[in-house]
Design a protein around this ligand. Sequence first.
Ligand code: FES
Length: 121
Amino acid sequence: MDCEQAELQPINIYELVTFYPMFHQRPTGTHHLRVCRTLSCALGGSYTLHAHLCKKLGLDAHAHGAQTTEDGEFTVEFVECLASCGTAPVMMCNDKFYEGVSEVKADEIVAKVLEAAEMRE
Ligand code: FES
């Protein structure tokens, strides 16, 4: 179905894709790491956590928007409140939710994901 058949203009699709954070304009990595950057998490260290993940995966923490590794394995992205402000900082890896994420815990999450991917190969 195209825009004409759906009686929509391309701007309507663009508005939809840019409003909802679960839609993306570009493909994401196999493992999508979403780090909350809203106030409670920012105060709890999410900017440090995001920078740590980017550095660990060879990504630019200061670049705008989602960053994806060259091999397409990981995307790291800041997102807005994930509704668990009392357990900041929080992040998601695909559909899994993690609370109180330290740099050590983030490393464990990445290692676990890589280990699971190796086992599938
Ligand atoms: S501020 Fe991070 S979950 Fe609400």
